[in-house]
Design a protein around this ligand. Structure first.
Ligand code: FES
Ligand SMILES: [Fe+2]
Length: 400
């Protein structure tokens, strides 16, 4: 695309983001296909805002680590001997090898120190010295300042039990921005839940925003999920609760005549309820979203974190992390419950992928389609445009 192309695209983003919801229009189609727009998002959204990389239960004990790549940087989250969490670069300061390569190391585990597998340089993980070089064999015959050698650290906040990292040292703290969402999420006590399982769909052939937008409205239940979710949580009954510049929440009551879905052996597997939920939380599905790329699906027995991470202008990875109350793991039939939950997630995701891929094919047609209109249930998508415009439009574009 020519340089002018990006400017006209940003002008169009500015125009649609200024429209009231009643006259709201879809984002320009090129926002889902343009390489330079993708680069600008990487710089001003993904490297500038807080991103969820996992859940505290994945690094529960001192010495635990969790590998993540969602920031566009290879990172590891560690917990030190005082219980404090840190986010470190995994790029070794010798010749820049990944110190925890996915080819040979598990995604999470426990370590006393980080040892680069290339030439065995070793880094500390304890408290104030976290990331500091502890040892570098055969480096005593050259002029080498060991004390200055340290893995770069990233900012990390825990928000409702979620590990949030930021590549931007001057970004405002996340917690104070999210008071309204905090109130909505509080009954689910996310920090006390544990990870039941994770699932990943790599390189889905669609821009990440197509998937985030799909996950941020329940209008599509009546089409995409007509034979699954729509029977349990009918899209038309959804009420948008919060929709502000940082995120949204919405609630859909369970259908009055809930179908019971027996498992293969004829017995529906039952999970443990999240303790202390109120009447409202027990009676439906809540979906909450945090811009740019996190959505949570909250039901009485589990919370699913969904993240969509761009891997190019027209591809993304979809990551799901399913949380349950710790007590569920002690219940008889827990494994059957997890297996059934996984099947259900795969079924729903399979349905969503048809829509997500189909929308991307539509966006890539020429002349580019434009002027799609929102229903009232797509308020989160309308807010999302404002979030994007706020970060992408205005400051000069310096990408070559
Ligand atoms: S690159 Fe890590 S020790 Fe050489
Ligand atoms: Fe869906």
């Amino acid at each position: 695309m020519l340089h002018d192309g990006l400017h006209s695209l940003l002008d169009e983003l500015a125009r649609v983001s200024a429209l009231p919801l009643e006259r709201g229009e879809t984002l320009p189609a090129r926002a889902y296909t343009c390489e330079r727009f993708h680069q600008l998002e990487q710089e001003r959204v993904f490297r500038a805002d807080w991103l969820c990389v996992g859940h505290v239960s994945q690094v529960a004990r001192p010495g635990d680590y969790l590998r993540t790549d969602v920031l566009g940087e290879p990172l590891v989250v560690t917990r030190d001997e005082h219980g404090d969490l840190h986010a470190l670069s995994r790029v070794c300061r010798h010749r820049f090898m990944d110190v925890l390569p996915p080819e040979t190391t598990p995604e999470q585990g426990s370590l006393k120190r980080l040892t680069c597998p290339y030439h065995t340089w070793t880094y500390r993980l304890n408290g104030e010295y976290v990331g500091q070089l502890a040892g570098a064999p055969l480096m005593n015959k050259v002029d080498f300042d060991r004390a200055a050698c340290r893995l770069p650290r990233y900012r990390l906040e825990v928000w409702n039990g979620l590990l949030m990292v930021n590549a931007n040292p001057s970004a405002p703290p996340l917690g104070p921005q999210l008071g309204r969402l905090d109130a909505v999420l509080a009954p689910y006590r996310l920090a006390d839940l544990v990870v039941a399982y994770t699932a990943t769909w790599e390189n889905v052939p669609a821009n990440w925003k197509v998937a985030f937008e799909n996950g941020s409205e329940n209008y599509h239940h009546m089409g995409t999920h007509a034979n699954s979710l729509e029977r349990v949580v009918p899209g038309k009954d959804t009420v948008i609760e919060e929709c502000d510049p940082r995120g949204y929440s919405m609630f859909t009551p369970f259908a009055a005549d809930l179908p019971t879905a027996p498992d293969e052996d004829g017995v529906p597997p039952v999970g443990a309820l999240i303790p202390g939920l109120g009447e409202r939380e027990l009676s439906g599905l809540r979906v909450a979203g945090l811009f740019p790329n996190l959505a949570l699906a909250l039901v009485p027995d589990s919370v699913t974190l969904l993240r969509w991470v761009p891997t190019g202008p027209t591809t993304h990875d979809a990551l799901a992390t399913v949380l349950v109350p710790a007590a569920a793991q002690e219940q008889p039939g827990y494994e059957a419950y997890v297996a059934a939950s996984r099947r259900q997630l795969e079924l729903i995701q399979g349905e969503d992928l048809v829509a997500v891929r189909g929308v991307q094919r539509g966006l890539a047609t020429g002349p580019a389609p434009s002027g799609g209109r929102f229903s009232h249930l797509e308020c989160p998508l309308w807010q999302f445009q404002r979030y994007l415009a706020d970060r992408l439009v205005g400051a000069p574009v310096a990408i070559a």
